[in-house]
Design a protein around this ligand. Structure first.
Ligand code: HEM
Length: 223
């Protein structure tokens, strides 16, 4: 593993695999959260399952945490190595014309997403840990609390604005990252590459749009 991630190609490959795992996670995460728009009961049931099922808690969650951390750390490592190998900036050597702004600034959108995750973990994960494991914070086995907690989180405008800005940056990150992850694992083919690019375009629009919709739905339906 150390040898694999020690080479640039190995690092890019590992980075792409962690990205693909996170692409799948985002679809699952959006699906569960979208339930909160349609059915309070369904969202409570799904959240209880995700929060209390041992396979989710002790197998899937640690893998997810590892994938997120790996992706961010490796992203920064690759950026630093690329900058060292490329002392002449794009604007000077003219290669800006051959790449999009987003592909050149994945590190910026990535850093915004990382900052968002800090707030997001504070909002939901820390709250959940407090509720579950600190005695006196309520009944940890209450199956009906999740929807109300989520709905309440989106009652403040500043949070909704920060979330929506982050989701837009997430969309820009995905717009380049989706197809780039396929390229990095060598999935290049005259027939399939255009399909992957189209799929990536729609993915990077629909997934963030879904998250924005959820945040706005809860904000606008506060009573
Ligand atoms: C409106 C949008 C979103 C809502 C309502 C939402 C809601 C939640 C909730 C309720 C949890 C559960 C915390 C727990 O019980 O442990 C959670 C966890 C998490 N969310 Fe989100 N989320 C949203 C968007 C996102 C986005 C865009 C990302 C990634 C860029 C993300 C990444 C995560 C991660 C990594 C966790 C930790 C997973 C876990 O504890 O199992 N979320 N989110």
């Amino acid at each position: 593993m150390a040898g694999f991630t020690g080479s640039t190609i190995g690092r890019k490959y590992a980075m792409a695999l962690s990205a693909m795992f996170l692409l799948i996670f985002l679809v699952m995460h959006l699906s569960v959260n979208m339930l909160s728009v349609f059915s309070e009961n369904a969202f409570n049931g799904a959240s209880y399952f995700m929060g209390y099922n041992p396979a989710v808690q002790f197998l899937m969650q640690p893998i997810l945490v590892f994938a997120v951390m790996f992706h961010f750390i490796m992203g920064f490592v690759l950026e630093i190595k690329n900058n060292k190998a490329r002392p002449v900036k794009y604007a000077v050597n003219g290669s800006a014309a051959n790449s999009t702004w987003m592909s050149r600034n994945m590190i910026i959108s990535g850093a915004v997403i990382l900052a968002f995750l800090g707030l997001h973990m504070y909002d939901f994960w820390l709250h959940e840990m407090n509720y579950k494991y600190v005695p006196g914070n309520g009944d940890p086995n209450d199956m009906t609390r999740f929807w109300g907690e989520l709905h309440h989180k989106f009652s403040e405008l500043w949070r909704v604005v920060l979330y929506v800005i982050s989701f837009i940056l997430l969309g820009l990150h995905l717009a380049h990252g989706f197809q780039s992850s396929f390229q990095s694992i060598g999935a290049r083919h005259p027939k399939y590459t255009p399909m992957i690019k189209t799929l990536g375009k729609w993915y990077s629009i629909l997934i963030p749009a879904g998250f924005i919709f959820i945040a706005l739905y809860h904000f606008l339906t506060q009573s």
